[in-house]
Design a protein around this ligand. Structure first.
Ligand code: MN
Length: 260
């Protein structure tokens, strides 16, 4: 019995050692080594906004004085590049084509809006597409100042009560614009600031708008403007957009608009 017992103890010990060793081996085998995967952006070569030029015609793209990756994380480099070098450039070239050889070809941009026949879909879409994107890219800066200053700050307080009330109104207009479109801060005929939104590539300079006026700030809420970074969360994009507004530029546009 004694011998048997000793044998059993030995057997149990041996089995335990085997089990412990194999479980350690398993652990080692299942250990995961973290290797950073290349992101889509790293795989893609990002171009230079300096290289974007319209084909021959009356209008050219406004200069984007920053690299495409300067606006990250608010707006990622790929979204910026596709938006500026493809969408905006296409509207610009198509506007030039639509105007070529017509008696509208020599008119300044605001006159073109005044004279626009809203049933001319080709001109309406490309004129708006050009004007709206020009304003959008003009008022972007990687380091937004957070809030407007001087005369614009005073006018916002006067016409909306406070900057926060204006921000809430503007954000709401942008968020509630059904489908593709834009939200705007405009100076109306009386010199008063108003918030409005428009569908597609329409804008407040075009005939028959609910709220007409000279736009000084625009947010593009077409999905191509935010989908890579924000997917369906449009409100997150709108909120982040406030970090990249060049309020100095918007202020200059305000001062110019009230002079007229
Ligand atoms: Mn756009």
């Amino acid at each position: 019995m004694k011998v048997l017992n000793q044998k059993s103890v030995l057997l149990v010990l041996t089995l335990s050692i085997i089990i412990i060793t194999s479980s350690c081996r398993k652990k080692k085998l299942t250990e995961v080594v973290e290797v950073p995967l290349p992101t889509t952006e790293q795989k893609m070569t990002i171009g230079d906004p300096e290289d974007v030029k319209a084909a021959e015609g009356a209008f050219n793209v406004v200069k984007l004085p920053f690299k495409y990756d300067a606006f990250a994380p608010t707006i990622d480099a790929m979204t910026m590049e596709i938006h500026y070098s493809r969408h905006y450039l296409t509207y610009t070239n198509n506007l030039n084509k639509a105007l070529a050889g017509t008696d509208l070809a020599t008119l300044p941009i605001e006159e073109l809006h005044k004279k626009l026949d809203m049933s001319n879909a080709e001109l309406r879409n490309n004129l708006g597409g050009y004007y709206n994107h020009s304003l959008y890219f003009e008022i972007l800066t990687p380091k937004g100042e957070g809030k407007p200053k001087d005369s614009l700050a005073t006018a916002i307080d006067r016409d909306f009560g406070s900057f926060d009330t204006f921000k809430a109104l503007f954000s709401d207009a942008a968020n509630k614009q059904f489908g593709s479109g834009w939200a705007w801060l405009v100076v109306d005929k009386a010199g008063k600031l108003q918030v409005t939104s428009t569908p597609n590539q329409d804008n407040p300079l075009m005939p028959s708008q609910t709220i007409s006026g000279k736009p000084i700030l625009a947010i593009d809420v077409w999905e191509h403007a935010y989908y890579l970074g924000y997917q369906n969360k449009r409100m997150k994009y709108i909120d982040a957009f406030f970090d990249v507004i060049n309020w100095k530029k918007v202020g200059e546009k305000y001062d110019e608009a009230i002079k007229k």
